[in-house]
Design a protein around this ligand. Sequence first.
Ligand code: GP9
Ligand code: MN
Length: 692
Amino acid sequence: MKRKIIKLKNKLITKIKHVKKDKVIQEYIKNNVLFLTFVISCVFNSTILRFFTMHTLENYLAFKPILADVSILIIIGSFGYLLRPKYRFSYYLIFNIFFSALCMINSIYYTFYTSFASISMLSLTQYITTVGDAVVENVLQIKDLIYIIGPISMIIVNSKLKKKNYFKKVEVKSERKRKSIKTLTAGSILLVLFIVTLSSLDISRFAKQWNREYIVMRFGIYIYQANDLVSSLQPKINSLFGYDKAMKDFKDYFKDKDKESTNKYTDIFKDKNVLVIHAESMQNNLLSKSFNGVELVPNLKKIASEGMYFSNFYSQVSVGTSSDTELTYNTSLMPTQSGTAFVSYFDRTFNSTPKYMNNLGYHTFVMHANNADFWNRRSMYNSLGYKKFYSKENYEVNRDNTIGLGLSDKEFFKQSIPKIKKIDEKNEKWYGLMIMLTNHTPFSDVEKYGEYDLSIKENVTNDEGVTEEVVHTYLEGKKLGNYYKSAHYADQALGELFEQLDQNGLLDDTVVIIYGDHDARISRKEYDFEANYDKETDSKLSKDDPNYKEYDTYQYELDRKVPFIIWTKDMKGSKLNMEIKDVMGMYDVAPTIGNMLGFSNEYAMGHDIFNIKSNNIVVFPNGNWVTNDLYYNSQKGEYFSINNEAISEEKIKENNSYATKLLNVSNNMIVFDLLKKQEEEKEVFSTSNERS
Ligand code: GP9
Ligand code: MN
């Protein structure tokens, strides 16, 4: 009996305790509605942002970024308590608007660049507006508007509280400071807890800030953006501090790097004219595709089959997309870790292909029928050494000959032929780059691309014995389908260019170099649909279907290859008519073609592919790398074995440290203008020698 009473007593006590606890929580919520609305709505926004941007790659509900967001918001919110209720609402609202805008901007930015925004890119907004329809169609989406939920919820809650005379009821003047300190302490404890959970990889990535997705997924968008602000000021601050170490690392790096030797391709194209074609968004996998018996890119395929075709070739772009490829192609340097070289560092000294060609007595030029200031090209082309830039101003562009972003490729090539002819007449030898434009995301000017049927047709005999053609829409109307139609158009334009060049005798003594500038930025989902199409239901096969084969992230990464071709009219059937299967990156182009054309850049990040062969490593700006055997994802610390062979931890470590060093030295060369400093040092050295 006694035992029973004690049990009952204990039960009662715990119940009272619970009620008390619940009451405390209830009381806290009741007295801090505005503060809690602020914290919760901002955490909601940042979580939604992670969902819309990264949910296919990572767990957007992961604990770390939520803890980071909560602690920062509590700390910021704690200062609100120091203000009188009248001002407190404004304080929370201003921060809420600011944070919501931050999420919205990042959401839009991610759609366009598949990355998070950086303050250093603010100067690029002018380029974004010039992309016109691409931005409207591709960028602003309903989902980007969800973030206004933050300020709206604050306004609604505040007006409701005001009506209830809430502030008068809960506000005790003497409590303000105490509440603020308590909240600040709670926020700080959470922040410390968050910091304790960080791994050394998290901390080193945070310091470097070049893997933005990783930082947002670990630190949340608010801490990411604060860190970005600091690191965006770095180009300025950076070039003030750390110069000595950067110079030392740079010198050590090139002291250890093997000099390129000559090989059987040395000078094979010396004194020939060179026409380089920057094929916008052209991917390598297009070459093997065919629909309804019609090849997708027959002209490119023909050129590849007649020339030197590098079939395992990657572009190495960061947020500077086209401009990054141009940088890497021309200088064999990697895109910068913050900002873009074309915009933030256009005034640096570069060892670039046009400069070498100028020195070899060539006339150098660029043709691109877009605004000359897009990607700051006008300024950067000066630094790269091109003698003449034919931009939109030099072309006749009107509504009828425009597709997508500007002058259609067919018209661009047509109008360029007389210009090249003139150049050819005036100059003994020339080196020119033509930048295509039509095959650019969002690939929505479909009716202007011309016919290319992407449906599946089949003859079906019904019960009455009547045979009918049944059409399955397949890729018709899909973004990937529109890309294929656009690429088919671009390929036709290439075919016409080759015809016109030939008719004008411009191919007789000319080497044509074609590269795809980067992948088409089409989502993996689209490729998954293509690979797993179910005719019967006109939709993607379900994941449980035995025929379903996921188009996984590694396949997606590997398929981002772009074509790289070196072609001359007489190459077909010669020894040079070959496919090179060794992995190669955009940074290997300058050393490879330099050897063929008669120049050598001793400060190249890449290699002559005919020297390095199967030992090559292609490093990407985000730290990923690929060899002939495997693709390594540095964000996940995972690799995919292309040949199904295991690789030692040791080798991975070695390649990781190679990639880190290379990215660091390349970035420092641009940020600290090391090539210029090196030249200056040499000059000082030689003049002081002369004097002595
Ligand atoms: C713009 C064109 C496209 O002139 O080169 O640039 P992108 O959007 O591909 O970086
Ligand atoms: Mn591009």
